[in-house]
Design a protein around this ligand. Sequence first.
Ligand code: FAD
Length: 460
Amino acid sequence: MTPELPTAQPDPTSSDGVGNPFGAVPALDGELRFDQAALEAAATDFGGLVHQQPAAVLRPGSAEDVAAMVRHCRERGLKVAGRGQGHSTNGQAQVPSGLVVELGSLNTIEIHEDTAVVGSGVVWSDLVRASMSHGLTPPAFTDYLELSVGGTLSAGGLGGQIVRHGRQVDNVLEVQVVTGEGEIKTCSATVHPDLFRAVLGGLGQCGIITRATLSLVPAPDSVRHYVLTYSTVEAMTAQQAVLAQDGRFDYLVGQALPTPDGWTYMIEAASYDGTAADDARLTDDLEPATVEAQDVPYFDFLNRLAPAVEAFKGMGEWQRPHPWYDSFLPASTVNAVVTKTLAGLKPGALGATAVVLLYPVLTAKCRTPLPVMPDGDLVYLFSLLKTASPGADSAEEMVAANRDQHDTTREAGGRWYPIGSVPLTQDDWVHHFGSFWDEFRTARHRYDPDGILTPGQRIF
Ligand SMILES: Cc1cc2nc3c(=O)[nH]c(=O)nc-3n(C[C@H](O)[C@H](O)[C@H](O)COP(=O)(O)OP(=O)(O)OC[C@H]3O[C@@H](n4cnc5c(N)ncnc54)[C@H](O)[C@@H]3O)c2cc1C
């Protein structure tokens, strides 16, 4: 990863096309920023691996602003990407010498009877706070709530509700999108369905999402939260398979946790509005090594990573490079891949505050084509969320290991969840999209014919 930091400062007052590649810009409801602070902020992300500075940053006041600037950039051969919270790990929202559209200014939230209509820059914590005041909640979350709606809908949006409700992209009724031609289009399963299918989980390749209509369901008041431990990966994944398929829990995830002697395995499960009276029914036939249960208010349950995030910030770990790797593995190969991967990790391979996620996904709940899943009714998310901590492997070493892990995933019939830090070839992407590649490429050519959108994904 070679950092690119253009040194030329665009002159916002110039319209000669030399100092300022944008020239005279259209009138805007929001603001176009050329100052160094705005440019530098848009040249960073959570991964801290790639630093590519744009020539300008748009803080739109409306979807029309986004459309006007996309048209303007297209005429001038400049590239454009949306940015939500910048929690990408490999420069996916960056645009060297182009335009970054910071969508945080599109942050309206309207709560209706069973839907929310939101600006794409809204973060999930704000949305759920607003919906809970109406007794409602989005059905599916990521396990960290400070991500933007547009950012997670562009990736997929996975969390423990996946066994009940699928991914966040599976709970979208309609999106408003600015295409690469600078047109504002509203799409759904029945209106411009090709755009809808290519935008949800579509990594910003066919449009910038400006607004989304999301389904809402009744919110529980509290959650009965269970922590179950297992001594082997086989025991945990077998238990997860049963729990995913019998549907007794509303939420189901898992982790591998390092011990002085190796690894232990932990399922977190939750029953919405459950109480201690449900414990026997929900856990008596299970075979964990240990069981803990507690009642937690619903929002605190959704937001339970927040204290750890604050602690990581205090330790400086949050600010360090994060070369993440995330994959989906078929049920038939998950145990072998996880066992081999964890056994092969040398000290320092993951960093001091890494998290290793391992949890089941029912593909029947995944109703949109993206993100792509492996074949099979049951697959597993396997994530190595690394931090290049002091004394650990370097960020570059971790990225190289991610590439090896990607090859292992591919050989095992898996797919990657494209939010991480892996150097990929065009062949990798074609293989990744599999049978959806032709449809995806056709949508890209139709909706972004000049290929100006979201170059940081490095797909086309
Ligand atoms: C701490 C942390 C926890 C995470 N937890 C989870 C999790 O539990 N589950 C999960 O599924 N993922 C998780 N992720 C990954 C996360 O969902 C993705 O990286 C997501 O894209 C980040 O959202 P963002 O708003 O920061 O997007 P950004 O990083 O700003 O953008 C991500 C990509 O989407 C594009 N994009 C952003 N907004 C739009 C838009 N409105 N329209 C079109 N394209 C757009 C950008 O150009 C870029 O390519 C986590 C990431 C971090 C750092």
